[in-house]
Design a protein around this ligand. Structure first.
Ligand code: FES
Ligand code: FE2
Length: 351
C-alpha cells in the first residue's frame, strides 16, 4: 500500500545513556533489594551498609539467578540460589560453599552502575563514561511555602510519545475534556525558544478554561503565565503562574523501561497561599484521573503504531515541541556537538 514509511522509531531513546535516570522512589528502597528496568537494563537496587544506594545488573555471575530476589545482608546483596554475596560495586565478596581460607575469584562480579539518592528518588547512570556531577533537581522541592506530591505511572508507550504528550496543549481539550481544559478555541500565541539541550514554549493570551480543575482551584479567572519546557534526556516541566503566591509546576522525568514502555515520575509542586496542603487533597486525585486519561490514549497510540509498522507522523505547525524534542534526540544520538545557538520564533494555535 502506498503512503507507508517505517522510519519512525520511538524506541531510539534507549541510546541516550549518558544521563542520570530515576530508577525508583527512594522510599521504596528499604531493607530488601528492588528489581527495576532502566533503558532496557534489568537492575537490582539495594542499600550499602551506610545507606547509600547501589545498582547492579540483576543477574548473578554464578548461574544467572535474579539478584533482586535475594536479600541484603550487612550492606551486601546475597543471591537467592547459592548465597554468593556482592558489594555495591558488584564484586563478589563471599562464596559460602568455599573453604574458609579461600576467597572468591576476581571474575566473580556483576556490572554495577553509579547510583545516587536525590530529591526523594534513586537515580542511576547507565552510560560508560563518568556521570554528570548531579541529577536534575526538581524545582522548589521541599522549599518553604511550596507543597508537593508525586505520582509514578507506567505508560505503555515510548518515552518520546510521553514527553510529547506532556507538552502538548491541543490534546487536552479532547482527552481531558471538562477535567483539565475545555475547548474555548480562542487563539493563543506561543513563543518558542530553544537552546543546546532544551526547548520551551511560552503561551501568551491563554484564557482560563471552564473545567473541573479551574472551577476548583481558580474560581476568579486570573490572567496566567503558562510555559511548557523539555530538557534532555526526557524531562518535561509545565508551569502555570497565576500570581506570585499561586503557582503550579508539573515536572515529569521519563525513564524508558523498554522501547515501548516508560516509567514516568511526576512531581506536582505548588504554592497556593496558606492552604497549599488542603489544595493537595483535591488536586492529587484529580491529577491521577487526568494522567490515567493520558495512559489510555497513549496505549491506543502504541498499539496502533505496532499494527501499522510505525508509520511516520504528519507534523503540523501546531505540534509545537514534539519535532523539537525529536531534533534534540537525533543530534545527541548521532553524536553531533550540541547546537549552542539559541533561537526564538512564534506560532499561533487554538485549543
Ligand atoms: S546463581 Fe547466584 S549464587 Fe548461584
Ligand atoms: Fe494529557
Amino acid at each position: 500500500m502506498k503512503g507507508y514509511r517505517t522510519v519512525y522509531d520511538p524506541g531510539q531513546v534507549l541510546g541516550l545513556t549518558d544521563y542520570w535516570y530515576i530508577a525508583a522512589e527512594a522510599r521504596r528502597l528499604g531493607r530488601r533489594p528492588l528489581g527495576v528496568t532502566v533503558l532496557g537494563r534489568p537492575l537490582a537496587l539495594f542499600r550499602r551498609a551506610d545507606g547509600q544506594p547501589a545498582a547492579v545488573l540483576d543477574r548473578c555471575a554464578h548461574r544467572n539467578a535474579p539478584l533482586s530476589h535475594g536479600r541484603v545482608d550487612r550492606g551486601c546483596l546475597e543471591c537467592p540460589y547459592h548465597g554468593w554475596r556482592y558489594d555495591g560495586d558488584g564484586r563478589c565478596v563471599e562464596v559460602p560453599s568455599f573453604p574458609a581460607d579461600c576467597t572468591p575469584p576476581s571474575r566473580a562480579r556483576v556490572p554495577a552502575l553509579p547510583a545516587v539518592e536525590s530529591d526523594g528518588y534513586i537515580w542511576v547512570y547507565p552510560g560508560d563514561g563518568p556521570p554528570p556531577a548531579a541529577p536534575f533537581r526538581f524545582p522548589h522541592f521541599g522549599e518553604r511555602g511550596w507543597t508537593s506530591f508525586s505520582m509514578v505511572t507506567r505508560f505503555p508507550a515510548g518515552a518520546f510519545a510521553c514527553a510529547e504528550n506532556f507538552l502538548d496543549c491541543p490534546h487536552t481539550v479532547f482527552v481531558h475534556q471538562g477535567w483539565f481544559r475545555s475547548r474555548n478555541a480562542g487563539e493563543v500565541r506561543a513563543r518558542i525558544r530553544r537552546g543546546a539541550d532544551w526547548v520551551e514554549a511560552e503561551f501568551l493570551g491563554e484564557r482560563d478554561a471552564e473545567s473541573v480543575v479551574s472551577r476548583l482551584l481558580f474560581p476568579s479567572s486570573r490572567p496566567m503565565v503558562h510555559t511548557d519546557r523539555f530538557l534532555l534526556p526526557a524531562t518535561t516541566r509545565v508551569d502555570y503562574r497565576f500570581s506570585p503566591d499561586r503557582q503550579f509546576i508539573i515536572t515529569s522525568q521519563c525513564t524508558p523501561v523498554t522501547a515501548g514502555e516508560t516509567e514516568v515520575y511526576t512531581r506536582i509542586t505548588f504554592r497556593f497561599g496558606r492552604i497549599g496542603p488542603l489544595v493537595r487533597l483535591v488536586f492529587a486525585p484529580l491529577s491521577r484521573r487526568v494522567i490515567r486519561q493520558d495512559v489510555d490514549i497513549l496505549r491506543l497510540q502504541t498499539e496502533n503504531l505496532a499494527r501499522f509498522g510505525r508509520p511516520h507522523p504528519t507534523r503540523v505547525a501546531t505540534d509545537l515541541l514534539g519535532p523539537q524534542i525529536w531534533r534534540l534526540w537525533r543530534r545527541h544520538r548521532l553524536g553531533l556537538p550540541p547546537d549552542e545557538s539559541t533561537e526564538e520564533w512564534e506560532a499561533r494555535l487554538r485549543f
